[in-house]
Structure formats: structure tokens, C-alpha cells
Design a protein around this ligand. Structure first.
Ligand code: CA
Ligand code: CA
Ligand code: CA
Length: 429
């Protein structure tokens, strides 16, 4: 489901463009029994979105500790709509040491239910980022990440529309290119209707022979069959079958080569002086690509205080699997590599497109590391100085929330150096 969801929602919503995002709640669903129901906040106990309550209940009672993939398979077989509450998305949620309760216990010294600036020893810039609702204090609201990623919003639609090459970054050129596209007849200004249409309609794949590109409603085709999804599930393209290490468990060690083949990187040698931000992803996962800009900005903000590494894993949407039209439109097209050399080649192409400033390691062709970490199609971990998992995001694409990762990273850094942070930080004024 995750991949499905990921793949279906992400590519369509995010990769597929603003139009899909806009109509995501009712239009692009595969086999939706309730086409009008929008994604709802993660509620692990909710048995919704087409999952037969009887089946869910029977599963829960007869096999409470079943693997995550069983729920995904059950939902696929039932023709699930693959929403944020489908299959393994219900249970494979974020695991973090830095939720509100633990943070309040550690930092709210006067016990008034708020963490003021004085109660937080880190730099101003960190406090400001933790204070997501900008009311100058940290409260439970700042720690609420329950809204699934991909929830349609104007900003998400605009980003999807503007990121013409699908690399998760909108350049000035890409942003400026929207203007003439939206400006019907080249009048030099945008009307409100043109702006609304610009976000809700997408350009034809190929410009018409004469005149400017025309906007048309998105097509709702390309739903994967159950067979495609089942094949994708067990080939781990939809998602790793294993759950990966749990919170506070030791991060499994590995050694992998960088995508340029120049060096070997061993995780255990990175662990210690600084937290490690470990990012799993692949080129054909649109939702993953859409976060490249987020990851690169995180890297630029924290590279002096944390070590960033990406592990390149199995393709989520190869042309010989669950192919995505949204990938084709941005020139992202590859078969599932069958040799390590082929995977390296795709990883190099991915590296050129995404332009990340940290090392990209390539998983072996047997997917050893990706499987061990539940890294397919994408995943983020924070590894503490002792080599333990301090944060792990929920299954993508609905669990892809880089802001949540940053929140946890700031608190991990604060916990690691609570006293030193204030006076010594160069970011503190
Ligand atoms: Ca307080
Ligand atoms: Ca706040
Ligand atoms: Ca771009």
C-alpha cells in the first residue's frame, strides 16, 4: 500500500502535477469505493478506506503480531484505494524519541505545559524551527505531525506544477516559466481564474503544433492492476517486506560504495561524533524525488552538526513494473536494474538530476541494506552517537515528512550537547 499509495498518490499528486493534487481526494484513486473521501489524519486504529472491517477484525484477532506486508497484501487483494490509512500505513508510523511527552518531561522545567525560550538551551535558530506555529513557545501543537504527507495544499500544487524536471527543487527559471504558461493570450498579467486554472489543470504532454501549450484536465488512467501490485509487493518495489530496525535498536552496519565508485563508506565509522542522517531512496519514486530540495536544504543547514548519507535502493516504478506516466513526463525512465553495474548507472543519473551535496551509496543488487532497513522505496533514519535508531519515519509516501525529521534532529542535537549549545553556537546572537 505504501508504495501503492506512494506510487499512486505521489506520482499522481506530486509528480503528476498540480492537477492531480488538486483533485487528489476524489479523482486519481484506483478502485475507490468512496471517491469523495479525502485523506484523513493517520489513525492507526481506523479501519477505513475500503478495507473490509470484517477482514481487518479477523486479521487483528487471529494474527495480532503479523508482518506489515500482510496488511498491505490484504488491502491489495480487496482493491484498496491505497490511502494514508490503508495497509501497512496504519501501523508503520513514525518512531521517534522526540515526541511531545518526552520533550516536555526533559525541558519543561516549571511544568506549565509550555517550553519557553529560556527552558531551551539551544540556539535561537533551533528554537524558532521547533516552534512551528510561531507563538514563541513550544507546545504540543508544534509536535503534531499527524497530517499525512501529500495532503493537497496550494503550496504542494504550486510546487508540483513548477518543478518541471521533477528533481524536487524549483529553480527561478522553473518558477518564471509558469507565468507565460498561465497567462492566456500573453497579456502580461495573470487573472485570478488563470492562476486557479494554472494550478488545477496541467499542460498537455506535447505542445500543440501551433500556438502556446494548452491546458487540459488530467487523465485518470494508468491504475495498476492487482497483479502489478502483488508483483511489486513481493519484488519489494512497492516497499520493503521487512519493517527495519525499531526505535532504540542498533542500526545494522554496512559498507557500500559511493555511486561514483570512488570510495567505500561504512556506517559504523560514521557513527560517534555527530548524528547520522540516513536517507533511502531511488530515482523512480516521485514522492522521494520531490523531497530532494528538502533534504539538500537540511544538509546545508546541519552539515556541520550531522553527517548525511543516502543509500540508493531498488527502483519503485521501473518501466517493467508499476510504470508511472508522471515519471515519463519528466524523463525518468528505467527498467529495474538486474546487475549492480546497471544500478550504479541509474544512481549516477539520479545523482546528476537531484544534485545532492552528500554521498550517495549504492545498495548491492540483492537489496541487502535496503531490505534490512526497510528502505524501499524510501525511508529516513536518525542514528545517534551510540549507533542506535533515534528516529525513523513512517512508511512513504504518506510518512515522508522532512520537517518531522528536522524537528527530531534539532532535539537530538540539543540532547547531545544541552549545555554547550547556547554559549558556543555560532548561530546564537
Ligand atoms: Ca515551561
Ligand atoms: Ca509554538
Ligand atoms: Ca526542478
Amino acid at each position: 500500500m505504501m508504495n501503492f499509495l506512494l506510487c499512486q498518490w505521489m506520482p499522481r499528486l506530486v509528480l503528476g502535477g498540480a492537477a492531480v493534487l488538486f483533485t487528489g481526494a476524489d479523482e486519481p484513486r484506483p478502485t475507490p469505493p468512496k471517491p469523495s473521501s479525502p485523506p484523513t489524519p493517520a489513525a492507526a486504529s481506523a479501519l477505513i478506506d475500503g478495507f473490509d472491517p470484517e477482514v481487518a477484525k479477523a486479521l487483528q484477532e487471529s494474527w495480532p503480531d503479523r508482518p506489515e506486508w500482510v496488511d498491505m497484501l490484504a488491502d491489495i487483494l480487496q482493491g484498496s484505494t491505497m490511502g494514508p490509512n490503508s495497509g501497512w500505513f496504519r501501523t508503520a508510523v513514525t518512531q521517534s524519541r522526540f515526541g511531545w511527552d518526552s520533550t516536555r518531561k526533559r525541558l519543561d522545567r516549571d511544568g506549565d505545559g509550555q517550553i519557553t525560550r529560556n527552558e531551551f538551551s539551544g540556539p535561537d535558530v533551533d528554537f524558532t524551527r521547533l516552534d512551528r506555529d510561531r507563538d514563541a513557545m513550544l507546545t504540543e501543537a508544534d509536535f503534531d505531525f499527524s497530517e499525512p504527507a501529500l495532503t493537497p495544499s496550494p503550496g504542494l500544487m504550486l510546487f508540483s506544477r513548477a518543478d518541471a524536471d521533477g528533481n524536487g527543487k524549483v529553480t527561478r527559471e522553473e518558477f518564471d516559466a509558469l507565468f507565460p504558461l498561465f497567462d492566456g493570450g500573453g497579456q502580461g498579467f495573470l487573472s485570478q481564474t488563470e492562476m486557479i486554472n494554472g494550478l488545477t489543470l496541467r499542460a498537455r504532454p506535447a505542445p500543440r503544433p501551433s500556438g502556446t501549450p494548452r491546458l487540459e484536465p488530467p487523465r485518470g488512467s494508468g491504475e495498476p492492476s492487482k497483479a502489478t501490485l502483488i508483483k511489486g509487493l513481493f519484488s519489494q518495489e512497492v516497499g520493503s517486506l521487512q519493517p527495519g530496525p525499531k526505535l532504540d535498536e542498533a542500526a545494522p552496519d554496512f559498507t557500500l560504495k559511493t555511486n561514483d565508485g570512488a570510495s567505500d563508506v561504512t556506517l559504523s565509522k560514521l557513527v560517534g561524533p555527530k548524528p547520522v542522517v540516513l536517507i533511502f531512496g531511488n530515482f523512480t519514486c516521485g514522492p522521494f524525488r520531490s523531497h530532494a530540495g528538502n533534504f539538500e536544504k537540511l544538509h546545508r543547514r546541519y552539515k556541520d552538526r550531522a553527517t548525511f548519507v543516502m543509500v540508493y535502493v531498488r527502483e519503485a516504478h521501473p518501466t517493467d513494473g508499476w510504470m508511472m506516466e508522471s515519471n515519463e513526463r519528466v524523463g525518468v525512465s528505467t527498467k529495474q536494474p538486474s546487475t549492480y553495474e546497471e544500478r550504479v548507472e541509474v544512481a549516477q543519473t539520479c545523482g546528476k538530476r537531484l544534485q545532492l551535496g552528500f554521498p550517495m551509496l549504492v545498495d548491492t543488487i540483492d537489496d541487502r541494506v535496503g531490505a534490512e532497513y526497510s528502505g524501499m522505496p524510501g525511508r529516513f533514519y536518525l542514528i545517534d552517537g551510540a549507533g542506535k535508531v533515534a528516529f525513523k519515519n513512517g512508511r512513504g509516501p504518506f510518512g515522508f515528512k522532512p520537517v518531522e525529521l528536522e524537528h527530531a534532529l534539532i532535539l537530538l542535537l540539543n540532547q547531545t550537547a544541552p549545555e554547550a549549545a547556547t554559549p558556543s553556537s555560532p548561530e546564537t546572537k
